[in-house]
Design a protein around this ligand. Structure first.
Ligand SMILES: NC(=O)C1=CN([C@@H]2O[C@H](COP(=O)(O)OP(=O)(O)OC[C@H]3O[C@@H](n4cnc5c(N)ncnc54)[C@H](OP(=O)(O)O)[C@@H]3O)[C@@H](O)[C@H]2O)C=CC1
Ligand SMILES: O=C(O)[C@@H]1CCC=N1
Length: 268
């Protein structure tokens, strides 16, 4: 079960990474059409259109910036028929807003990926309005080509999930950069510090993903009693510094989602 015709409306950083991921996973290029007026080319076999065609698609993925939806929705509705499933990666754009804009579609699905879809390694949070069990299975199969699907029972935690796994790479990249620049400030060659930091995080994350132990336990296992790691962890743990900084970071990102939803409703 798949979507034979899949339209991207907006194919920039996020949409482009998803497309690359599906192509790398073996999805036929002929499945995909892209509408993105600012894109000059498309991968071989993918159709690039300069305006939305007069036909409907099995699936339409909204990959534009959230603030554009209000202005573009009427035009986008042209490619949406009663069989079309609308997928949206728009941060802070609620199902209610999608329902209002695209009432004639078969179903609306919010998907929260991250840029690791390009290598098939993103967590994908999904929540739907209007999908039956078979529709859910079809979506799960299709999106499993670019990551691992986590359906949410409702939308209440979607902004928090967006902060954690959608914005998350941005936070992790900041931490990697801090490791590398900290080491460089202490005298290590800058490029070498960056290579070491990136490779260390890659290996540590891969190990955590395979391990039977929690990240907290893995940290404990790295720290030999009385050794170097513990001294470093003591700095991160003093007054719960890292945990509370990271929680504040997630809350700030999550709460921006609610503000964006309000802005989208005003524009509606
Ligand atoms: N970047 C990320 O890591 C993540 C992003 N998202 C979501 O993905 C969405 C896109 O973000 P991102 O890819 O980063 O942004 P980009 O700006 O890279 O992508 C949006 C694309 O839409 C294009 N566009 C502008 N006008 C139109 C139009 N009328 N019709 C079709 N396409 C148009 C833009 O062109 P131009 O740039 O020239 O305006 C651009 O290529 C957002 O809603 C965001 O919330 C979700 C999870 C993670
Ligand atoms: O920054 C944003 O709003 C989007 C959502 C998750 C990642 N990028």
């Amino acid at each position: 079960m798949t979507y034979n015709s899949f339209m991207f409306v907006g194919c920039g950083n996020m949409g482009g990474a998803m497309l690359d991921g599906w192509l790398a996973a073996g999805q036929p290029a002929s499945t995909f059409t892209i509408s993105d007026p600012y894109r000059e080319d498309a991968p071989d076999g993918v159709t690039l259109v300069d305006k939305l065609p007069e036909k409907t698609f099995d699936a339409v993925l909204l990959g534009i910036k959230p603030h554009m939806l209000g202005d573009l929705a009427d035009d986008i509705a042209k490619v949406i028929g009663p069989e079309t499933v609308v997928f949206s990666v728009l941060a802070g754009t609620q199902l209610e807003t999608l329902d209002e804009h695209f009432p004639s579609s078969a179903a609306r699905v919010r998907v929260m990926p991250n840029l690791a879809v390009k290598i098939g390694k993103a967590p994908l949070a999904l929540v739907e309005s209007g999908l039956d069990e078979a529709g859910r299975k079809r979506a799960t199969e299709f999106f499993s080509g670019i990551g691992s699907c986590e359906w949410l029972p409702d939308e209440s935690q979607f902004d928090l999930v967006t902060a954690l796994s959608g914005s998350g790479p941005g936070f992790v990249y900041r931490f990697i950069d801090a490791l590398a620049s900290g080491a460089a400030a202490q005298g290590l060659d800058e490029a070498q510090a960056q290579r070491l930091a990136v490779q260390m995080v890659e290996g540590a994350a891969a190990l955590a993903a395979q391990s039977e132990h929690s990240p907290a336990e893995l940290a404990r296992r790295v720290a030999s009693p009385g050794g170097m790691t513990q001294k470093g962890l003591d700095v991160l743990d003093e007054n719960n510094a890292l945990k509370s900084l990271v929680e504040n970071c997630l809350v700030a990102a999550r709460d921006r989602g609610a503000e964006m939803a309000k802005e989208a409703r005003r524009k509606g």
